[in-house]
Design a protein around this ligand. Sequence first.
Ligand code: S3P
Length: 177
Amino acid sequence: MSAASHQGHIFLVGFMGAGKSTVGRLLSAELDVPFVDVDDRVVAHAGKPIRDIFAQDGEDAFRDAESRALESLSHDAPSVVACGGGIVLRPENRSLLKELGDVVYLEVTAGEALARIGDLETRPLLAGGSGVIAATSLLSAREALYRSVADLTVDTVGRTPAQIADQVRHEIEGLRA
Ligand code: S3P
């Protein structure tokens, strides 16, 4: 969406543990618009948690469901949308993000992401081995994709969700002025 747009969604993208859901909830309350979590839509539709979707149906099935959840947002009123960390992997998702709103990349380091996530069993791509190795290699493989869709990039390291939400709100207002 063009930088001068006044409407459309605000998409929060970034690695697992970047704070997309926490910051997104705060931001949606501040802006008085709905909050949508793409992962929650996938879980509600599948009727089971993400770890079960990965374990029983595989990652491709999860990615298909994630793409469908993103597509469903084209019918929704402008919202703040927390995206799963892997939403940028598919080119069609990257196009749709740009088309449907403004995209904010919340940056985090692998170390801080792991500390924030805590229980890695909730994140199938980080579970069952060295979380540090998995997070470092996934993050470096994805960083360019996050940047390629971002209208804004906000560093989250060492900052509270409230500080991050305030900065996002200010910068989005600037972008949309
Ligand atoms: C994933 C991130 C998760 C969830 C799934 C896959 C990823 O969402 O969609 O476990 O590929 O980075 P969060 O970024 O909200 O943890």
